[in-house]
Structure formats: structure tokens, C-alpha cells
Design a protein around this ligand. Sequence first.
Ligand code: PGA
Ligand code: ZN
Length: 421
Amino acid sequence: MGITVEKLHAMEILDSRARPTLAVTLVASQGVRAQAGVPAGASTGSREAVERRDGDPTRFSGQGVLEAAAAVNGEIRDALSGRSFDTLSDLDAALLELDGTADKSRLGANAVVGVSMAAARAFASVAGRSLWQSFAGSLEAPRLPVPHFNVVNGGVHAPNELDFQEFMLAPLGAPSAAEAIRAGAEIYAALRKLLLGRGLSAGLGDEGGFAPEITSPEEVLTLLMEAISDAGYQPGRHGVALAMDPASSELYRDGSYRVAGESLTTDEMIERYVEIVERFPVWLLEDGLAESDWDGWEQLTARLGESVELVGDDIFCTNPAIISEAISRKVATASLIKVNQIGTVTEALDAMRVCHEAGYGQFVSHRSGETVDDFIADLAVGTGCGHMKSGAPARGERVAKYNRLIEIEDGADLPYGLKAR
Ligand code: PGA
Ligand code: ZN
């Protein structure tokens, strides 16, 4: 069932980092009102859709989004108001045509994605479905994803000296999403105790994980193993596994990687990962190498692709064309999926489809700057992609997504866990 756009409105609100972002409301004449909050990244890929920021130094250090809001309230509203659309992909196509650029920079990717997400909700409501149900059948059968809890933050997400950006807990062996979330919360609490017991800071980074004064990735992984055991869980792929996102584009300069004071070649980085994977149950590695290091990625994939899910984030930017190229070069084995990185829900679904058809995984993700919008939980469930990350099991904007998983699980009889590969 289609929608007729009656009203469209955007306003400038705050995200979880005290930076401005957009809240978009779409009213359809079928009696439906839908909203969306737009997320924003900090360690962004260079080929991401371009968000529009005012650049006025007298407001929010130039980060204001009044012009993006004005694009929704002016040009986009004028173009869509009174128009009927049969499908979300029709509406998204109208947005792309109106913007006219490859990277959404004219209207602003933040304006475009806010409208697209609100529209996705409106289409679901008009059809009498919840959001996750509206995605059902597009890819795999719906299932509850394994939440990946980012409990230690470094890189550009924290003021500590830890170079790797994210250290995650992945309760692969949990019996349900609710039990996985319980495990994440209990291990988070155990980790806090461990850190404080060692005189380390339990202060938080941008995604709600701890940001201790540790520089060595292996030391963090050792602590996580202890915290898992302390909380009464089994570390490993049948219990609680580990995952990492070094966000290594941020560490790459002049052909080498800066890690804990050392300068490593691509080969040395790959060796480091091989050793880590032998010592610790790391089942997923995201952005292990930089977005420009495609040759390195080919080697990394040949070396570890069978045993570890290798996720491309900065290197792919949720872009179906880039992912297709990666598939043909045997680069990575999965793609991160961030709707705002490509700019419309339809294109994010296209990226997921390209992955699905090639046997590549799809790892649905929040951004480091978030609102309480829980869209990604429904996207992960409805597409049956099997795993999702939304930061720590703490702080309202992170927990909103995990709590939405609990709510979906409570109301529907769906399987939990990674899909069978
Ligand atoms: P970002 O980081 O949202 O700051 O881009 C998240 C990630 O790298 O996965
Ligand atoms: Zn990443």
C-alpha cells in the first residue's frame, strides 16, 4: 500500500555528542505520522554520502544543521507534498532525482536520510505492519540479531591513548536476544569492577564503552576474557565471543599503521591479527585495514577470511557499487550497513542484497553520534542479517536499539542468532 505525503517537517535537535542533528516528521494523508532521528559518524569513510553542516562558526562551532532542515522544509517538501508513492523505493528515487548529486551533497545526506527513514516508517504503518515486518521477505527470513556490545572505546571515540576504536562482546551462544542483552549488561558491570579494581578509569567513550588508560589491544582482550568469566559466562564462539573494529583508516599514514607507539606495515598488521585470533576468540574483525589499502585487504581476506568475518566499513560506505567491486576482488567477507552512510533506506537495502547474493555478511550498525531512534533494530530483524552493533549496553541512545530488540522478541516468535552460512 502506498502513501501520499501530506506534511514534511525537520528541526534541529541534539545528538548524543551534543552536536546538532535532524529530527524529521512525515505525515501521510492515510492518517499516519512518522518520525526519524538522524545519526552522525566521527570516523567516517571518505566515500560516504555527505551530510550538510551550516559552517557558521557562531553556532555549534559550524556544526549546525539549519540549512539541512531548511532543505526538508522547503525544497523537499515542495517536491513531495501531495504526491503519492507506491513504494519506498519510488519515494527514495524521487529524493535522489531531486538532489541530483552522487553523494547527496546538494540537499545534504542528513536531510535525505531523515526523510527516507521517516517515509519507511510511514509505509510500514499504512500497511498495518511494524517496521521490521515491512522489511520481511526482502532478504533472509526475519530473526533476532546477535547484539555486539562495544564495551571498550578508543580511537577517535575516546580521549584515551588506545588506538583501536572498538572492542565488542558477541553473545553468539545466547538462547535469545533478551538473554544476550542480559549477558552484555552483566559482563559490562563485571568489566567496570575489574577496571576500578586496577585503578583504571571507568569513564566512558562516545559509544558508552569504558575508555581506560590502556594502549595495547591484547591487554584489552585479556580484560574482556576475565570479565566474561567473572560474570559467569563462557568465553568463545559457543558462549560469548569477541569482535573488534580498529577503524584502521584512522591509524594509516604514509603506508603504515600506528598502533601503541609502533609503526606497522600491512604485513605486520595482518600478522598481529593472526596472532590475536589464535589467542582470543575474536570471531569478527571490522576495518582491520585502511579504506585505501585494497591490496592489503586482499591479503587479509586470503589469510583470515575462512576463520573470521571480515567486515568492511570505511572501505565500503554501504555503497552497493563499491561492495560489488570488493566481491569481485575477494576483499572482505561482510559489509557494515549504516543507512546514513549511503543516504537512503532503499540503497542500504540494495547494499544488503548485493552482499546476500554473494554470500557476504551484513552487519547493521548505529553511528557514534546517535539519537534515541531505534530504526536499526527493526532493519536488522526484518532483513534477518543475524548481527547488529549499537555500542555499549548503557546510555539511552545505545540501549534504545537493544530494548527495541527485546520488544520485538517479546511480541513475535522469531529465532535468535547468526544465520546459518
Ligand atoms: P562512526 O564509527 O559512527 O564514528 O563512523 C563507527 C564505526 O567505525 O563503526
Ligand atoms: Zn567501523
